[in-house]
Design a protein around this ligand. Sequence first.
Ligand SMILES: Cc1ncc(COP(=O)(O)O)c(C=O)c1O
Length: 397
Amino acid sequence: MTSLSEKVDRIEESQTIAITSLAKKLRAEGKKIISLSAGEPDFPTPENVKQAAIKAINDNFTKYTQNEGTPELREAVAEKFRRDNGLNVKASNILVSNGGKHSIFNALQTICNPGDEVIIPAPYWVSFPEMVKLADATPVILQTKEERGFTFTANDLRPLLTQKTKALIINSPSNPTGSVASEETLRGIAKLAKERDFFIISDEIYEKIIYDGNKHFSIGSIPEVQDRVITASGVSKAYSMTGWRIGFMAANEEIVKRASKIQSQLTSNASSISQAAALEALKGPQSDVEKMRVSFQHRRDVMMERLSGIDGMTLAKPGGAFYFFPSVKRLFGKSNGGQVLRNSADIASYLLLEAQVALVPGAAFGSDSHIRISYAYAEKELTEAVDRIAAAVTKLR
Ligand SMILES: Cc1ncc(COP(=O)(O)O)c(C=O)c1O
């Protein structure tokens, strides 16, 4: 048979698959597995949003919409970006897509040429390097340090810049580390982007989940770089709407037109019903967003205290999103009588088998000495999971 696409060979398979299949197998055997691996809020979608979708169906709002998104939703997104993020945008600067992931994919396809380099700070969200490769560009990884809360500055970027640097991807608050970039840092990066002429893709999907009175800052609000920043966000995390698949980008009109052209040949518009729901999410009462944020902050505090007590794990305090990314390096070389633990996948398998807690090995996010723990779960489940993890770690010699 003739050969298949080599591009697909260059893309990594999701590294979470092994642990997920093992968790499934154990569950089927009747084991009470607690999974702390999901990247989605555990709350239901707000009632007003669900009702808006039901109304859309009953009103037969079930046909193709404009490829870029309905005019009402594009205007609502523009208004949200002006109000919450300080972006200088109109509806024509907005493209509505099938989830935040799709917005980032569109952005990369729109700006990259073969051989271009895109800088990705590690630890990174799993899809960034693979999406860069799908755009025929090369991911260039900037390693950040746990001691500095996984943050980085313009000076850290300088050594990685080349003639081929096309863009930098920023994700604040971050999945998987929960780190938040300060306004000062972002201003420094913006200055560098202008000086050295590169784009910034700012993935702000966790913008509403930010703690300790900090305010989210959007790099696209800096006038000097507004035309070279593509801001990606969506309703998935803020409104607990992961399954509805609505994301959006704000960018200069030329980029939006080109990204829209790509989308028109791939998916066309995002679901009409989901767009009606997203419109209500953005324009309706915002109290559920704050309720969820407060709850995540409380869970973070409870988890921070408990996880800090586990000997062998060290962790930075997350400033946003809903993940911990503790280092498990000090557990390497140890065992509980069986296999010696050597990397993040070994630790994740050990905790699954011994503690019956499923979490994601850090290797998936570009750091093999960490594990990712999601705390988008009920407090009772979280505390039981940490107790089990602590007991399993104590058994290691
Ligand atoms: C950092 C980051 N960006 C983007 C997304 C994608 O969001 P969506 O579900 O809207 O496609 C996720 C989802 O996990 C994420 O963690």
